[in-house]
Design a protein around this ligand. Structure first.
Ligand SMILES: [Zn+2]
Length: 288
């Protein structure tokens, strides 16, 4: 059964580790992440962007697939199914479809409008027992054409949104989606500490987990980050393993063209990436 991310993140915050959000794109992704979480006894959050939801034909299909896998693979660790960077309408659609967690990304609205829409969605999420993530200060990335340092959130705005009663808060601290550019200046721990000072116990979320050096990840966790989003890294691992399989001509040998064989190295590569991240985040064994 899907659970809200609230309890797992509060435990992570208190235990000084982070729960990984791994974004899913299809059946192989979902299966690899769930099996790894179960094997390592780690809580896990499955992230679905609006684009990935559309790709998988819609949120109901996603919910059906994930619930079916939890039952048929015998997954007993806590699993949250979370909308990543949702619009207001996307959040409502995921509530309706049976997600257990939503992120409302109102960071592109003026702060007043972000607060108003976040407030409305918190009420709905609370009624359903769902967790809600809000974002303050937009997180840069290749898709926005932002290169260089990511934006840093205003700690007072973070407090204003945290006080609305969100479950967890994503705040820009120089992090970026996708691959980090060569000249990236690193995470702003001063900003993170200032935000933590203002928001107190609120579990914080670090987006753009791909390519942040390990020591920075650990420091961020020590300063209150309890959820870390990983997306690009699994994509890169999957693509590399699949390319190697094809470049080695394995799809031309015997039944190597069978999709269950063709996609297997990529699925294994996702498992290895997820395992590596869970080790780094310290979530292994926390679901026992
Ligand atoms: Zn993000």
């Amino acid at each position: 059964m899907l659970v809200s991310a609230k309890e797992m993140l509060e435990k992570a915050r208190d235990g000084k580790y982070a729960v990984g959000q791994f974004n899913i794109n299809n059946l192989e992704w979902t299966k690899s992440i769930l099996l790894t979480a179960q094997e390592l006894k780690s809580p896990v959050i499955l992230g679905v962007s609006e684009g990935a939801g559309k790709y998988m034909t819609g949120y109901k299909t996603v919910v059906g697939m994930v619930n079916g896998m939890i039952e048929e693979l015998g997954i007993t660790v806590p699993v949250a199914l979370h909308l990543d960077h949702g619009s207001y309408e996307g959040c409502l659609a995921c509530v309706e479809a049976g997600f257990s967690s939503i992120m409302f990304d109102g960071s592109h609205y003026p702060i007043e409008e972000n607060i108003q829409k976040t407030t409305e969605l918190i009420k709905i999420a609370n009624e359903k027992g769902m967790s809600l993530e809000a974002e303050v200060g937009s997180i840069g990335g290749e898709e926005d054409g932002v290169i260089g340092k990511g934006e840093c959130a205003d700690p007072d705005e973070c407090k204003a949104v945290a006080d609305l009663g969100v479950t967890m808060l994503a705040a820009g601290i120089g992090n970026i989606h996708g691959k980090y550019p060569e000249n990236w200046e690193g995470l702003s721990f001063d900003t993170l500490a200032a935000i933590k000072e203002k928001v107190g116990d609120m579990p914080l979320v670090l987006h753009g987990g791909t390519g942040i050096p390990e020591d920075m990840i650990k420091k961020a966790i020590s300063l209150g980050v309890a959820k870390i989003n990983v997306n690009t890294e699994c994509q890169l691992a999957f693509a590399e393993a699949t390319r190697k399989y094809i470049e080695a001509g394995k799809d031309l040998e015997g039944k190597g063209f069978d999709p269950r064989k063709l996609l297997a190295p990529g699925a294994e590569a996702i498992k290895a990436t997820v395992k590596e991240k869970m080790e780094l985040f310290g979530s292994i064994g926390k679901a026992e």
